[in-house]
Design a protein around this ligand. Sequence first.
Ligand code: ADP
Ligand code: MG
Length: 386
Amino acid sequence: MFPELLKHEFERFYSTKPAGIYFCPGRVNLIGEHIDYNGGLVMPCAINMGTFLVMAPNTCGKFRIRSLNFDEHLEIPVADRYKKIGGLWYNYPLGIIDRLAVAGSRPGGVDLLYFGNLPIGSGLSSSASIEVLTAFALNDYFGLGYDRLGLVKLAKETENHFIGVNSGVMDPFAVVFGMKDMAMVLNCQDLTCKQVSFGLDDRILAIVNSNKPHNLAESKYNERVRECNVALGLLNRYIRVENLCQVTPCQLEAYKDSIPDQTIYNRARHVVEENERVNKAAKLLKESNIGAFGELMYQSHHSLKELYEVTGIELDSIVEFSQGWEGVIGARMTGAGFGGCAIALVEKDAFPAYSNALIDFYEDRIGYKPSIYQCAVSDGVNWLRC
Ligand code: ADP
Ligand code: MG
């Protein structure tokens, strides 16, 4: 349905036929939060909601960039370099076009039309989705020669250096390498990745959007990155490690006094213990011990609440409610936090009652409703058809 609608709109806007249609998913992170920029293990999977792109080359020597999700659009002549223009959405594709140009790949003028069915700005990585989608489509259509890992790096560079967010490698990696019914165990230091079976069978992977805008997320995210660097610097006076995830929980305990600031110590403790939890979670999935996996999800959320302080009353309410509901296996916030989404693993039979009761509970406590989606674990970015 979306591709047909998008093709129709493309022809209306640009008075030309589409030449390619592409889709890139969003992602949820099952466990391993605020770990990727600390060089540890994360466990994301791609989901069946994401961003569509219809594109065609043009002869007017411009990039024309539109999205059905936003009114603002851009027309900009083909050039060697681009600069970020204010804070608007089209900087994401423009940033990719700039990075490609820097690397010597300069496709001529192109018309681009996007549409996303992911909640935008809610921690499901719509930003990596639109970045990777742009890079994948231009690379595919113009034969620019990037492999999949090259696209991950391009998207990360764009977000870090063009958009100005210190995000890690997990998001672009997850939406590039996602596989149907598989979770990835990704080592963010060396980018090695193992796919672990994550068939849902008679369970539902629910996404609960708190519908709290995560306005604070960017500045607080960058603050956590800085705090982790401070902890690393202090620990490095005693043990030589390249990143916090190379520190074991025992080592952190042994060198506790090297981090006198309790807040900084708490941040480090979350990172070190969360990394361990991902290791355990991967083993549990292999053993199909989904009950114990769910327990780790709760532990992860608790640590993000108490030690890393990135949850807030909205996400805490969702998880607290879920933990008390029969048939919920596990729940936690996912993404950067400060609002955004939580995930819950729920027995299929229990889901309808759980979902209705959660909406009432949340609205009572918070004052507005959450949105709840059932999602499937899906493949990464791809060409659809034309
Ligand atoms: P998240 O990645 O958690 O969804 P971000 O704040 O990192 O949140 O990225 C959201 C931004 O990405 C949006 O504000 C917008 O600029 C851009 N974006 C994502 N999806 C789309 C889309 N379909 N159309 C246009 N811009 C989009
Ligand atoms: Mg993002």
